[in-house]
Design a protein around this ligand. Structure first.
Ligand code: C2E
Length: 340
């Protein structure tokens, strides 16, 4: 969609959904209009159906949940400002300590000159008194500087941890806590480069929940979300590091298996498929049996130097073979391309 058309469609959607024309709502609705089948658009429709209106509080939540980069940018800016403030206060303290040290040196100079020309007891006493006062000032100043540096170090450490947490959240899917699509896009490039360097195999699986749309229509989005969480938890348990699991799209997941051939991985993926299809899930609100949940899987092994998109396309094509052949199964194409 062209930017101008997108802008117009966004405003129309905001009017239709009767939300305030705030910059935040504009950003949220623009993302939803640009991707009408995406999670954000689905969530907005769900909320409108349930609550009939979207409050400012809900908009804030939608932004945090679905526009992670925006939040990440804000947090990074905030942390940067805070670091600047720390830096300014430390610099000021150091300048003050330098001035105190300079004053102390002058006091020592004066004392030196006084003692060189006159060594009467009262003069010596006064000089010693001045020196002791000046030393006390320096001592207090140094202690203040120490406290300030300790405080600043702790603050910088806190900011580091906070940024680390925000970074983690920005690459995590909020519903499932698996890595999100953005993190996956970055990770697969790195892992493929590594595989090229060390000449080791790398396998890739795409996992899709069967008949999920029908399931959602029957049981509602909330139960649908629970099923997504369940499938993600099974995948997450099996795909521990160095394997890398992500929520790839709505009901689609993927796992990267560095250093593992597709033939070895097939058994592992089959365990996932089996665990999902044999678990009896209940609808929590009514205790009704949700029936069998199954997944279809496409599995491919990367050939040396194969472009990332070709590997993903091959696994996707394998997934559709699993779907065509009756679902609840794995299609392993290894290093070969599928004949159309
Ligand atoms: P959750 O509800 O946050 O549960 C997290 C984990 O706590 C579950 O991981 C399970 O180990 C444990 N747990 C929670 N409730 C029960 C329970 O009533 N009995 C037992 N024995 N353990 C329980 P698990 O099984 O991997 O599930 C992950 C997520 O999948 C759950 O998160 C939930 O969102 C969804 N889920 C799993 N089973 C069901 C189900 O039967 N019905 C619904 N609606 N959702 C389910």
């Amino acid at each position: 969609m062209q930017a101008y058309q997108l802008g117009q469609a966004t405003l129309a959607a905001m009017e239709r959904d009767q939300v305030w024309p705030t910059p935040l709502n504009y950003e949220i609705w623009m993302h939803a209009v640009a991707n009408p089948d995406g999670d954000l658009a689905i969530e907005i429709q769900r909320l409108l159906k349930r609550d009939k209106m979207i409050t400012e509080e809900t908009s804030d939540r939608l932004a945090v949940e679905f526009l992670p980069n925006r939040r990440f940018d804000d947090e990074v800016r905030e942390a940067g400002d805070q670091l600047n403030r720390e830096l300014v206060s430390v610099t000021t303290a150091i300048k003050k300590a330098q001035q105190t040290s300079k004053d102390y040196n002058s006091t020592l100079d004066i004392a030196d000159r006084s003692l060189a020309v006159d060594v009467e007891a009262t003069t010596v006493r006064n000089v010693v008194k001045d020196l002791s006062t000046a030393t006390e000032v320096v001592r207090i100043e140094n202690r203040g500087l120490e406290v300030m540096l300790e405080r600043s170090t702790a603050e910088v450490r806190r900011l580091q941890l906070h940024l680390e947490q925000v970074r983690r959240e920005a690459s995590t899917d909020a519903l499932t806590t698996l890595a999100n699509r953005k993190a996956f896009d970055e990770e697969i490039i790195q892992l493929c480069e590594k595989a090229d360097t060390n000449g080791r195999p790398l396998s890739f699986a795409v996992i899709d929940i069967d008949f999920f749309k029908k399931f959602n229509d029957t049981w509602g989005h909330q139960t649908g979300d629970q099923v997504i969480r369940f499938v993600a938890s099974v995948i997450g348990r099996v795909a521990e590091a160095p394997r890398f699991a992500a929520r790839y799209g709505g009901e689609e997941f993927c796992i990267i298996f560095p250093n593992e051939s597709a033939n070895l991985v097939e058994r592992v993926v089959d365990e996932i498929r089996d665990e999902i299809s044999t678990r009896m899930l209940k609808r929590r609100s009514t205790n009704e049996d949700l029936g069998m949940i199954t997944v279809s899987v496409g599995l491919a092994q990367r050939t040396q130097n194969e472009p990332v998109h070709t590997l993903i396309d091959r696994a996707d094509a394998a997934l559709y073979v699993s779907k065509r052949n009756g679902r609840n199964r794995i299609t392993n194409v290894g290093t070969s391309a599928l004949e159309e």
